[in-house]
Design a protein around this ligand. Structure first.
Ligand code: TYD
Length: 143
């Protein structure tokens, strides 16, 4: 059952070389809990009012990082919702399947990095908010 409590922080291994930089490392099946099949970035967010996401996935698992700047990740499982600040290159959020997610309030020219468990597949998206709520309600009321 999709539940926002499954959307945990993913802490990368950090090597802090102070003025010489911060190295953050994640490996599949150590920090990243799925086989990485796709990577995408979101950049050039020119105004803080932009909203990305606004959908859920049926099967796709993802981890989202904000490598520079900050953004708010709003998660909703149809019964509970939460907002998580993304503002660290070494800490991502695992996005479980079935969770409606929106990324908002972009600040300081953010760079988002997303790791995904499958190739792009439009049929895996639930983009209609009413459909998402119907599915979540049906799940929550099934025996
Ligand atoms: P979408 O997933 O809605 O973006 P976001 O969640 O960041 O708001 O995708 C926007 C468009 O880009 C849509 O037409 C599909 C296309 N797209 C791909 O072709 N491949 C991909 O891997 C992604 C993430 C999007």
């Amino acid at each position: 059952m999709p539940d926002i409590s499954n959307c945990k922080a993913i802490q990368l291994e950090v090597f802090d070389d102070k003025a010489d930089g911060l190295l953050s490392v994640g490996e599949q099946s150590k920090q990243i809990p799925f086989q990485i099949k796709r990577v995408y970035t979101i950049t050039r967010l020119q105004h803080s009012e932009a909203i990305r996401g606004q959908h859920a996935h049926k099967k796709l698992e993802q981890v989202v990082f904000c490598l520079r700047g900050s953004a708010e990740l709003w998660l909703d499982d149809g019964a509970k919702s939460t907002t998580i600040l993304l503002d660290r290159p070494d800490t991502g959020i695992y996005l479980a399947p079935g969770i409606w997610h929106e990324v908002r309030n972009f600040q300081n020219d953010p760079i988002l990095l997303v790791l995904a468990s499958a190739a792009y597949d439009e049929s895996d998206y639930v983009r209609n908010r009413e459909e998402f709520l119907r599915l979540a309600h049906a799940r929550n009321h099934s025996i």
